[in-house]
Design a protein around this ligand. Structure first.
Ligand SMILES: [Zn+2]
Length: 375
C-alpha cells in the first residue's frame, strides 16, 4: 500500500492536502490535475484510504503526515477495490448502466448517464461503513457538458462526509463552473533523474532508464509501463532500421511495426485486466499503442532535426547518437520537419479508422523518402 508519506516528487500537492486535513477544513471536491503517470491516482487512493480508515495515524517523515493505518479491514478493502464507500467512476462503467441505450453508446466520453447513476445517485445513499464516502472520477475532462452541469450541485454541496476527487490531465477542458467548485491540486512532471532512478531501482539498465525518463518527460508510470512492455529493444531496433532505410522504403518494416504495435496493445490490455479499475478496450489500446510507436519514431526525427539545426533541445535518443547523425545528414531540415508532420498525420488516420497496415506502410515511406504522406 502506498500511503501519503510514500508519495514522492509531488511535495507541493501532498502538502496542500495534508494542510487541509490538519486544519480540518477539507474541501469536499478536489481536482487533481496533471500529466498521466505522475501520481494523481496513487494520491487519490491514499487520500481515500485516509478518509475511510477508522484509525488514521500521524507519521513523521521529514514532516508530519496524517495517513491511513494500512492494516484495518477498511484500508485493505480500498486497496482491493472492494470498499463499499469507495467509488471509482470511469467511462467504461457505461457497460454496467441500467439503461441499454447508455450501455450501447461508444465510450469516448463520460456521459450524463454514468455520472448520474454512479456518482450523483450514489452520493445520495448513506455510507455503508459510517465514515463517509469517496468518489474518484477518472479522466474527468471527458465529462460531457450535460454531465458537468448535472454534477454542479453535488460538487458544490455534497452530503456531509462525501469527498469527490476529479482526476484530469487538462483542467482547462472542464467547464469554468466545474473548475470553480473544486479545490485544484496540480501534479507536475517528475525530474528526469528521479524517474531514471525509479527505473534503475526496478532493475532497468542505466541507458534505458535515462531514455524513458527523457522520452516520457518525467512520467514514472508511463516510463515503467513502456519499459515493462519490452519497448526499449523495439525502439533500438526500429531506429537502427530507420537510419539505414533505402529511399524506396521497406515493406517488411511496415509489417513489423504493425505487428509490434499490436503486441504492445495486447500487453496493455492484459496489464489493465490485472490492475484495479477499468479494463482497456482492444480498439482503444491498439490506437494508443500505435500512437506510442509513432511518437517514438517522431521523437528520433525531432532529435535529428535539433542536431541538424543546432537547436538547443534535449536529445532523447542519446543512446543511439550514430543513428541520429545519419538521419541528420541524410535529410534537410525541411524534410525532417515534413517527416514529423507526416507521422502525426498517421496518428490522425488511425483514429479515423484507416487500416493500420496502410498507415504503417505510409509512415515508413515518409520516413524513407522525406516526402509528405500520400494517403
Ligand atoms: Zn486503516
Amino acid at each position: 500500500m502506498i500511503e501519503c508519506s510514500d508519495i514522492v516528487g509531488q511535495d507541493e500537492a501532498v502538502a496542500r492536502i495534508q494542510r487541509a486535513m490538519s486544519q480540518s477544513r477539507m474541501p469536499h471536491a478536489y481536482l487533481f490535475a496533471g500529466p498521466d503517470g505522475v501520481g494523481r491516482r496513487t494520491t487519490a487512493i491514499a487520500l481515500a484510504r485516509t478518509l475511510l480508515c477508522p484509525q488514521p495515524v500521524s507519521v513523521a517523515a521529514g514532516r508530519s503526515f496524517r495517513q491511513a493505518c494500512g492494516k484495518c479491514p477498511d484500508c485493505r478493502m480500498v486497496e482491493a477495490g472492494s470498499h463499499p464507500d469507495f467509488h471509482p467512476v470511469y467511462k467504461e462503467l457505461a457497460a454496467y448502466h441500467d439503461d441499454s441505450e447508455v450501455r450501447d453508446r461508444v465510450m469516448q466520453s463520460l456521459s450524463i448517464g454514468v455520472i448520474q447513476q454512479f456518482l450523483i445517485d450514489a452520493v445520495g445513499r448513506s455510507s455503508t461503513r459510517g465514515r463517509g464516502k469517496v468518489f474518484v472520477v477518472e479522466e474527468a475532462e471527458l465529462m460531457t457538458h450535460e454531465a458537468q452541469n448535472a454534477l454542479l450541485k453535488t460538487l458544490e454541496e455534497p452530503p456531509p462526509g462525501v469527498t469527490i476527487i476529479l482526476i484530469c490531465e487538462k483542467p482547462e477542458e472542464l467547464l469554468p463552473t466545474t473548475l470553480s467548485r473544486c479545490s485544484l491540486v496540480r501534479f507536475s512532471l517528475l525530474p528526469r533523474e528521479f524517474v531514471a532512478g525509479k527505473l534503475a531501482e526496478a532493475g532497468v539498465a542505466a541507458d534505458e532508464a535515462r531514455f524513458w525518463a527523457a522520452f516520457t518527460q518525467g512520467s514514472v508510470g508511463r516510463a515503467m509501463a513502456l519499459s515493462g512492455a519490452g519497448m526499449y529493444e523495439v525502439k533500438r531496433e526500429v531506429l537502427s532500421r530507420l537510419a539505414g532505410l533505402p529511399p524506396a522504403g521497406d515493406v517488411e518494416l511496415g509489417e513489423q511495426l504493425a505487428e509490434r504495435s499490436d503486441k504492445l496493445a495486447e500487453t496493455a490490455v492484459a496489464a489493465s485486466r490485472k490492475a484495479e479499475g477499468p479494463t482497456l478496450a482492444k480498439t482503444l489500446a491498439s490506437r494508443q499503442s500505435a500512437g506510442t510507436m509513432l511518437e517514438l519514431i517522431a521523437s528520433a526525427y525531432r532529435d535529428a532535426l535539433a542536431l541538424r539545426t543546432g537547436a538547443e533541445l534535449e536529445i532523447i535518443h542519446a543512446d543511439q547518437r550514430r543513428q541520429l547523425d545519419s538521419l541528420a545528414t541524410r535529410f534537410t531540415p525541411e524534410q525532417l520537419a515534413g517527416i514529423i508532420e507526416s507521422l502525426s498525420e498517421c496518428e490522425r488516420l488511425l483514429w479515423r479508422n484507416v487500416n493500420p497496415r496502410i498507415v504503417w506502410d505510409n509512415a515508413v515511406l515518409a520516413c524513407a523518402s522525406g516526402t509528405a504522406l500520400r494517403v
